[in-house]
Each structure stands twice: as C-alpha cells, then as structure tokens.
Design a protein around this ligand. Sequence first.
Ligand code: NAD
Length: 292
Amino acid sequence: MARMSSATRSEKSSQDPTQSAAPGRLAGKRAIVTGAASGIGRASALRFAQEGARVLIVDREESALTQVQKDIEAAGGCAVAIPGDAGSEDDVRSWVKRCKEEWGGLEIAFANAGVSGGYVPLGDQTTELWQEILRINLLGPFLLIKHAAKLIRKSGGGSIIATSSVAGLRARAGSSPYSASKAGLISLVQTAANELSGANVRVNAVCPGLIETGMTAPLFTYARSQGRDDRLGSLTPAQRAGTADDIAHVVVFLASDESGYINGQAIAVDGGLTSTHPFRPMNQYRSQSSAE
Ligand SMILES: NC(=O)c1ccc[n+]([C@@H]2O[C@H](COP(=O)([O-])OP(=O)(O)OC[C@H]3O[C@@H](n4cnc5c(N)ncnc54)[C@H](O)[C@@H]3O)[C@@H](O)[C@H]2O)c1
C-alpha cells in the first residue's frame, strides 16, 4: 500500500476515525471499551485505536462488534473483540485478565455500555425493570472500575471513564430508573476517584446530552418522518443534537495524559443543554435578533 504523506494523513485522520494516524495521543496504551458495537462506544473505540491504543472491545451484539473490529483493523489499528455482558462480574473479570495475558497491562477503561429501558410510566415500573437497568448501567461500571483499577495501578496508572448522562444531572432526559442509574454513576466516579487516591488511577464521567446513536435512533427517525428535524437539539444553545464523535473526542481527552489533573468529575457534553433553564424565546424576539 502506498504511504500517505504526513500532511495528508493527519488531515484525513482528523475527519475520519477509520483512518489511522500514528503515533497518537494514546500511543502505547491499552484500553477496554464496553458497549463498543454501536454509537458512543464504537466511535470511542475507533478514536482510541486511531490515537495509537490497543483496544479490547466488548459488547453483547457479536456481529456488530466483529464489524467494529474489522473497521479498526482496516484502518491499521489493533483490536480484540469479545462478546459478553457488561453487567456480569465473570465477564468483566475475564476481559481484564485477557488484557493482562494479551498485552501485559492496561491503562484505560471506558465503562460505556448502557440501556435506556424505554419509557415506562412510574406506576408501571417493575422491580425487574429497575434491577436490569441498575445492573447494566451502574453495577456494570462498578465491576469494570473494580477489576480494571487493579491492573491499571499495576501497569503504572491510567484513566477510567464512564458514560453517565445529562439524565444523571437533571430530570426529563430519561425514565426514573435510567436517571437514577446515571446519577448513581456520577456518585460512583466521585467515590471511586477518592478511594483510588494515590493509586494514579483517575476516574471521570462524561454526561452526554441528546446524541444520535442506536439508543436514540427511534426518536431521530420519528422526528425526521414528521419533518421535525429542527426540533432535535433545539433546546440547546448549540441548536443541534450531538454526534457519537462529539462524545468520543472528550473521552479520548479524558483517557489521555492531557487530562492528568481532571479527576472525580462529571463533564456535560451536551451543547450547553444543562447550562440553561427550559425556556423558549418569544418568536418576536427571535426574529428581531436574527435580523440584527
Ligand atoms: N445517545 C444518547 O443520547 C445518550 C445520552 C446520554 C447517555 N448515553 C449513554 O451512552 C452510552 C452508550 O449508548 P449509545 O447512545 O451509544 O447507545 P447504543 O445503543 O448505540 O450503544 C450501546 C451499546 O451498549 C451495548 N450494551 C448494552 N447493554 C450491554 C451489556 N449488558 N453488555 C454489553 N454490551 C451492552 C449495546 O449492545 C450497544 O451496542 C450508554 O451508557 C447510554 O446510556 C447516551
């Protein structure tokens, strides 16, 4: 294959995560990404590999996961794909063990797998629904922090990132079990960062706003079918919904040494949604200000 010039390569790679660039901001690092078959996990795994990390990608959707592995390898990156359940301690333990056996250590763990549980009215929510959402969205990240932190510490230190949500910060961005799981996750990263004090293992969360992924696909499809694309993300100062790559860029930063003094934080990546009160400007004011 003909080699690209470095200018061409970096120009392409900043736009397209399937194009590799080396050495990158995560060169030499080893990472685990859960929920890597789709959306934010997929975009982050591609970016991790593009930035030079070796990535162990896991998801319960095996065929989509295999495709992500192929995409990473086609771009010159290194990925191992393992199907499994992010809420199972046996599975999580085996992924960390595999990193040790395959690569000798670990620096980055991204606890991203999650489910929304759909919208079920409060009075109809069952114990089983709550337990399953908490198992995947809260117990899962705990298990990854628990097992990954030990190997990260032995490997000389690193970074753990979890995907929380604006639903963990405010109401009306998900059902109550989903929101409670994401709020609990913010508390988990705060307490874990403190419990790991002195271990050189940072723990942070990203809190995405409305992002177009597999999870939100029905909402985007519906809005488009109604010709109401303009409503998607319209409550944000950014005036748009987010992309998986909007989140992946922040996750790469949190995984890298560039964020070495950020610890125990929950960082909203939401186009400004949580900076605002719910407020719709009057049409008159809107047309005046856009005419200025
Ligand atoms: N899309 C949004 O607007 C949004 C907003 C805030 C937070 N989030 C969070 O982002 C994270 C990623 O979701 P996404 O939006 O990319 O959705 P997605 O559905 O595209 O991806 C989630 C992935 O997680 C996997 N997964 C679910 N449960 C699993 C389990 N038990 N074991 C292994 N894999 C499992 C799914 O198979 C899927 O591939 C989730 O934690 C979600 O709660 C999403």
